[in-house]
Design a protein around this ligand. Structure first.
Ligand code: SF4
Length: 470
């Protein structure tokens, strides 16, 4: 494995990619930003990223001390410089600073370790891909934003030596099943332990934001694990049993648009995912192995946990988790498919930082809110705290646009809003073109409940797919 974790290697990556006719968009932005930075003494204007930060790292020798990262984290993300009562590091691990200054701040790299695991004949390597990476990874190879490269990702991973390639959209569907059931239960019996509004729990940076700044609202989180963690747990239990492999030999790799997921896998009782690779790291890994991504012929996912519905696919978009959960909640509540407008819930789609709507679930109307960009959630959280807002269900994604704008995604010169719109549209189009658009109709989801989990919120489902507290 080549020496990696440094800026020079990334530049080498660009050169090597050019050999494949696949230059990168990242470099010009990185270099451009670096040139604009003002030189200063010391690093007092850089974000004070702790050396044991599990998600991101500051490369001191490349920092020009311009202060842009501090300003961005403080003004846009609403994190740096705020009082953290617990005394923990004021970082939510979202990695948006790695997009702002990829020259001096990067993810904590896992890809060397992944290469070692793949080379180890005693290991069974299973990789699972998040919805959002398939519409962004192509940008690392000069494809247009939104180009769906999921078949090439599967083929490349197989060529690399990964034994099974699964799709985390499967577990996004499972999250919908568990979260929708939990929401309906909370609507019936909400109390101090299970308060409303229920918060979505799939974004670890959002969970950490609440933990750092609004800890009294932690009981509002759904207890459902994130799709990545559900996928990790089930590959080492259900999948291992079905395929007949020893779970102790499994190395689980999650391919994510996200740096915060690197911290999420270290949380107590959630240790089933071994490594998280960002979209960018996947390109570095493929490049180090001289895999010509653009030449790969599309390959299908492996079965059992390799199929997602349209609902699972839109998890990558801000508003997508909410829309997916409401579709299934409607079906669970009314025992019939939701009306057409649930398949394009326009009041909660789009780019307004806060979208609120009343959604008629037949037997009940829900007041819901969707927020992207975690700092935009502060007024909402304060109104929930002081009782001036009565909401039932709240989705927050820390990154602007949701996971399609995640801190592990490729850096681009394109206008940020335009870029995210293209990635979002690609996921919505994918949903619209699917024959199965409800999580509960996914045949692999039906099989896992029939053969393994029982039903949503069963004893086994709670044991494997939920955490008692965030
Ligand atoms: Fe990660 Fe998505 Fe949350 Fe961003 S919005 S921190 S990419 S989970």
């Amino acid at each position: 494995m080549a020496k990696v974790e440094n800026w020079l290697t990334r530049r080498e990556f660009l050169k090597k990619s050019a050999v494949f006719g696949a230059g990168l968009l990242v470099c010009s932005v990185q270099v451009g930003h670096a040139r604009q930075c003002k030189r200063g003494r010391g690093r007092d204007r850089a974000l004070p990223i702790h050396s044991d930060n599990p998600a991101i790292q500051l490369h001191q020798n490349r920092c020009r001390n311009c202060g842009d990262c501090q300003k961005f984290c403080s003004n846009t993300m609403g994190v740096f410089g705020r009082n953290v009562p617990s005394g923990e590091e004021a970082c939510i691990y979202c990695g948006q600073c790695t997009l702002l200054c990829p020259r001096a701040i990067s993810e904590q790299y896992h890809y060397s370790a992944v290469a070692k695991a793949i080379a180890d004949p005693g290991k069974i390597v299973i990789a699972s891909t998040a919805p959002a990476i398939r519409v962004a990874l192509g940008e690392m190879y000069k494809l247009a934003p939104g180009t769906n490269v999921e078949g090439k990702i599967v083929a490349s991973l197989k060529k690399l030596g990964v034994n099974y390639v699964l799709d985390t959209t499967f577990s996004a569907d499972l999250t919908v099943m568990e979260e929708a059931a939990e929401l309906l239960l909370r609507l019936e019996n909400n109390d101090a332990k299970n308060p409303l509004p229920m918060f979505t729990s799939c974004c670890p940076a959002w969970v950490r934001f609440v933990k750092l700044f609004y800890p009294n609202l932690l009981p509002n989180f759904s207890t459902a694990k994130s799709p990545m963690l559900m996928q990790g747990t089930l590959t080492k239990t259900y999948f291992a049993q079905k395929i007949g492999i020893d779970p102790a030999k499994i190395v689980n790799i999650a391919l994510m648009p996200c740096t915060a997921k690197k911290a999420e896998i270290l949380l107590p009782k959630t240790r089933d995912v071994d490594f998280v690779l960002t979209s960018r790291e996947l390109a570095y890994l493929l490049n180090d192995s001289k895999i010509n991504f653009l030449q790969m012929q599309d390959a299908p996912y492996d079965s059992l946990m390799g199929t997602g519905s349209g609902s699972g696919m839109i998890f990558g978009n801000s508003g997508g988790v909410m829309e997916a959960a409401l579709r299934t909640a409607y079906k669970l509540l009314n025992d019939k498919n939701p009306p057409d407008n649930f398949f394009n819930l326009s009041p909660i789609r789009g780019f307004d930082s806060v979208r609120q709507a009343s959604v008629d679930l037949g037997k009940r109307t829900l007041n819901v809110a969707v927020v992207h960009g975690v700092n935009n959630a502060r007024p909402l959280l304060e109104s929930i705290q002081n009782g001036t807002q009565k909401l039932d269900f709240v989705e927050v994604m820390a990154c602007s646009g949701g996971c399609i704008g995640g801190g592990g995604q490729p850096v681009s010169k394109m206008n940020a809003k335009k870029l995210k719109q293209l990635r979002q549209q690609a996921l919505y189009q994918r949903d619209a073109s699917q024959a199965i658009r409800l999580s509960c109709d996914n045949p692999e989801i039906q099989t896992i409940y029939n053969e393994f989990l029982g039903k949503p919120l069963s004893k086994k489902a709670k044991e494997l797919l939920h955490v008692s507290s965030h």
